[in-house]
Design a protein around this ligand. Sequence first.
Ligand code: S3P
Length: 173
Amino acid sequence: MNIYVIGFMGSGKSTTGRKIASSLRWNFVDTDQLIEKQDGLSVSELFALRGEKYFREAEKKALVKASAGSRTVVACGGGTPCSAENIDIMKKTGVILYLRLPVATLVSRLEKSKNVRPLLQGETDMIARVQDLLALRTEWYEQADIIADNQNSTVEELAGRLADLIRSKGAFI
Ligand code: S3P
């Protein structure tokens, strides 16, 4: 059983995922880091040199690898849950937590971030771009078992809710 942390770019999946893992004493992996290790290139280099289609294949491979673990918190890339195949892997092997933030918060966090995401590079109207992409992805993100809104819950509360959910499925925490 694993925990998958999903959400838009800039929603804090890795930071929150890492904290949940340490609170539950579980392992932690980040799919973008797995991809970078797998391919020996950064996410930006992969997009630039091989294109998005290649990246999505590498992302699926990384998810399959992460899903084979147990007691692992998996911080996913923003696009990882956005395919039937990928979200099915997550549902079959764990529980899913969606970190939901309003567009304005996402944009302000992304504009401050040193990590310029390939899908947002050179974008002049960030609000419109984030709004559009989020609208396309909401149907995937909202399939999560738990939706955490606007950072209203502490990591301990989230970890507690996840632990209850995992136990209710008859698995061990
Ligand atoms: C992507 C999100 C990125 C990374 C890649 C594509 C996306 O991860 O996987 O740039 O499609 O939303 P973060 O969500 O960690 O920024």
